[in-house]
Design a binder for this molecule. Structure first.
Ligand code: PLP
Length: 470
């Protein structure tokens, strides 16, 4: 789409060389022709007024008008009375470089992609209200570069919310607002690397790609540590040389197990004994169906746990907002690293989020979403029980994904590929394993962004691939 310059003339990189001996009008015409042929100026794009271009290049206006008239006669430009001179539609010889095409997602009957909340339920009206309120009441000083930890209003609100809902020992002074978990993790790993850590452990299965990429850019080595039915294996962690570990205690990603109480204590004891840090990824704890959400590990050991929160699951990933609850010893380096990274997260969005939480609209949205996800979870359980009773589900107590255990002998990669042929997006557990081993065959089924109807249709379409009976 051509740039439509509003008001001011567009800046055109043209120059004339008075010492070259070539006529100034010929130089100008030649450069404009080239710019149009090569696509630097695109069809429909507006040119500066003759007065403005003459002023910019130190030429007479008449010379520029003559040049425009010549190019119009040659078919490069079009001029309409009362309207700006523009590049003609068919003037381009070399096509403009194609813009990179956005990643294309094939249209599927059902896409069980995990990690995505129901995007259609984003509370647009509430967000508009909150943004408007934030902008209306925002003190002018908030428009300046602010505290790199983030707006004090949001830090107060988030800390209060996490104390109330997550049982966290949250202190606004020790809270840093960041761009979601991704930035929170990378800032934390960098701070730990500066402090002398060399190895960070991550849960296996888990998110090996994310952990390894963040560790690598921070100069750390990432090593896997196994997860079993009680969560992360603390004895195995202790046997390795890690001085930091990334864990998902409330709802292990992706198995869904909860870190057992004795493991919670053992993990904290490990951190204290080894002078190590625990990075708690508290990504979707709000959505628990069978009982109260499991409290944050940070509430038990605020000096050893960095808790990372995000609105990517509760609102939408595109907001890119999250927070770090920092141990006192790390607040200074983390604040410095945040300042260096981007000088602080966008103030208006932070204030809007503060308004959303403060007004109770955030809680209301979460309540609504809990009902939505519970219904989708039921639809998934029902569809599998009906169409593929040999498939066992686990990890359903919280969040919006479940693990489907396929019968032995079913090949995970073959199921994933064949399902796509049938218009259903399935994702194998092997993506979450460090070894990428496809056995035992399992699927991680996200149901956050799939309607009940699509869940039923999707499971129906792939039922026979999943193994039909014991
Ligand atoms: C395990 C886990 N934690 C956290 C997140 C959220 O990341 P972010 O806040 O950067 O969007 C994700 C995203 O999918 C995730 O899979």
């Amino acid at each position: 789409m051509p740039v439509q310059w509003a008001g001011l003339s567009p800046e055109l990189l043209l120059k004339v060389d008075r010492d070259s001996g070539d006529r100034l009008s010929a130089q100008l015409e030649g450069q404009l022709r080239d710019a149009i042929r090569t696509g630097r100026l695109q069809a429909g794009e507006r040119l500066p007024s003759s007065r403005e271009l003459a002023r910019l290049l130190g030429l007479s206006r008449g010379l520029v008008q003559d040049c425009y008239a010549q190019l119009q006669a040659e078919g490069y430009l079009v001029t309409r009375v009362g309207s700006a001179t523009r590049v003609a539609d068919c003037a381009q010889v070399v096509p403009a470089p194609a813009a990179p095409r956005p990643a294309h997602r094939t249209r599927l009957i059902a896409d069980f992609r995990h990690g995505v909340p129901d995007l259609a339920s984003f509370p647009v009206a509430d967000w508009l209200w909150a943004t408007r309120e934030a902008a209306r009441t925002m003190p002018t000083a908030e428009l300046d570069y602010g505290d790199p930890r983030g707006s004090s209003a949001l830090r107060e609100v988030v800390a209060g919310y996490l104390r109330r809902v997550r049982g966290a020992a949250a202190d606004p002074a020790l809270t840093v607002v960041c761009s979601g978990y991704a930035q929170g993790l990378s800032l934390t790993l960098r701070a730990l690397a500066h402090r002398g850590s060399r190895i960070v452990a991550y849960e296996d299965p888990g998110g090996p790609g994310t952990a390894r990429a963040a560790a690598e850019t921070s100069g750390l080595t990432a090593v896997p540590v196994p997860v079993d039915a009680g969560g992360v294996d603390v004895a195995a962690l202790d046997a390795g040389g890690a001085r930091a570990v990334i864990v998902t205690p409330a709802h292990q990603w992706p198995t869904g197990v909860v870190l057992a109480p004795e493991r919670r204590h053992a993990l904290i004891a490990w951190a204290q004994r080894r002078d190590a840090y625990i990075i708690e990824d508290d990504y979707d704890a709000e959505f628990r169906y069978d009982r109260e959400p499991v409290g944050s590990l940070q509430g038990l050991a605020a000096d050893r746990v960095i808790s990372v929160g995000t609105v990517s699951k509760s609102l939408a990933p595109a907001l890119r907002l999250g927070w770090l609850l920092c141990p006192p010893a790390l607040i200074e380096p983390l604040t410095d690293l945040k300042r260096i990274a981007d000088r602080g997260s966008p103030a208006l969005d932070q204030l809007a989020l503060a308004r959303l939480v403060e007004s109770g609209r955030y809680d209301r949205h979460l309540r609504r979403m809990r009902t939505t996800y519970a219904a989708r979870r039921t639809a998934l359980v029902t569809a599998l029980a009906q169409h593929a009773p040999a498939v066992r589900l686990s990890g359903l107590a919280a969040g919006f994904h479940a693990v489907a255990h396929l019968p032995a002998g079913v090949e995970e990669p073959a199921v994933v590929a064949a399902a796509r042929e049938r218009g259903v997006g399935l994702y194998g557990m092997s993506e979450c394993r460090t070894s990428t081993c496809p056995t035992p065959p399992q699927l991680v089924l996200g149901f956050g962004n799939v309607t009940e109807r699509a869940i039923t249709e999707g499971i129906g379409a792939v039922a026979e691939l999943l193994g039909t009976g014991p």
